[in-house]
Design a protein around this ligand. Structure first.
Ligand SMILES: [Fe+2]
Length: 301
């Protein structure tokens, strides 16, 4: 692991985490088996996998809404994490045996940088910690070989307690702390914002006999779909300032999961880049809007 020289973020991905995507893949780690499904998103993730194989980053960092912490921002800081992760809402789709190597030095640096900036931060050092399905699904879909160390970052739930701006300001600071930690530890890092876009969803599975029945999958509502397109178009146009300006309204009107702060954290770490993002694919999962989107900082150096 490099420990000297100037580290940098080489790319960032909007990397949504519906457990259905792993279920549709049928990897050996996941107990339930499917006939496939949600291919438009799974094919989009194949582009991400290819890109990561080419780039060979030292580490992948993921900020997940489903590792929710009430006090402060937590980072995984134990060398190896393994166990069984079960999705509490979809246990029939996701019972996944995970095993991941953690970049502890970087995790500790993020912790230290966050605290030096006045944020509350904690190191998660429990080797038996059950990693949340958001972290696992994003990481599995990006790199199913699990041969690159990772750092997991929790989603402090302040955006859900205070107004949207206070929560997102915290995530902005956390992103800056993450960037400094990556630079100081000399890592070539890829970031993942584990967020769905619009998040109203069906209140029951359309076909309980066959969850992967794609004839029943569709957008939850036209207005929610239009919101997703508006947000994605701003990403594609590199209009990051405008994107950040409409996020609070997007959160309110489309119940967008970006409220958990993962996207804000990632864009902040990348310096809110005004570069066109590459849209790899959009698809719904039980009606929610999901997009796999790439910000490529490497080829723009
Ligand atoms: Fe989620």
């Amino acid at each position: 692991m490099p420990t000297s020289g100037q580290g940098r973020i080489i790319g960032g991905w909007l990397a949504p985490h519906p457990p259905h995507l792993v279920y549709g893949e049928n990897p050996p780690q996941n107990e339930p088996k499917s006939r496939g499904g949600w291919e438009s998103l799974r094919w989009a993730y194949e582009n991400c996998r290819k890109r990561i194989k080419e780039q060979k980053p030292d580490v992948i960092l993921v900020h997940s809404p489903h590792w929710q912490t009430v006090v402060g921002h937590h980072v995984t800081a134990v060398p190896k994490l393994e166990g069984l992760s079960v999705d509490p809402i979809f246990p029939h789709l996701f019972r996944y045996k995970f095993a991941m190597d953690v970049d502890v030095e970087l995790a500790e640096a993020i912790h230290d940088e966050a605290r030096s900036d006045g944020l509350i931060a904690r190191k998660m050092t429990n080797p038996k910690f059950r990693v949340d399905y958001g972290t696992i699904v994003s990481l599995h879909m990006m790199n199913p070989d699990w041969d690159i160390p990772v750092v997991g970052i929790s989603a402090n739930n302040s955006p859900y307690f205070y107004d949207d701006n206070i929560g997102q300001e915290e995530m902005t600071k956390l992103g800056e702390a993450t960037k400094r930690a990556i630079e100081k530890t000399g890592r070539r890092a890829v970031l993942a914002a584990s967020n769905t876009l619009s998040h109203f969803h069906f209140n029951r599975e359309p076909n309980p006999e066959l969850p992967e029945d794609m004839s029943k999958e569709h957008v939850f509502s036209q207005s929610q779909y239009e919101w997703d397109v508006r947000v994605i178009d701003l990403m594609r146009a590199g209009k990051t300032k405008e994107l950040m300006a409409i996020l609070p309204q997007f959160m309110r009107e489309a119940f967008a999961e970006v409220k958990a702060g993962s996207l804000t954290w990632m864009l902040s770490a990348m310096g809110f880049p005004e570069i066109p993002a590459t849209m790899h694919g959009y698809g719904t999962v039980i009606g929610t809007g999901n997009a796999v989107v790439e910000w490529d900082l490497e080829s723009r150096r």
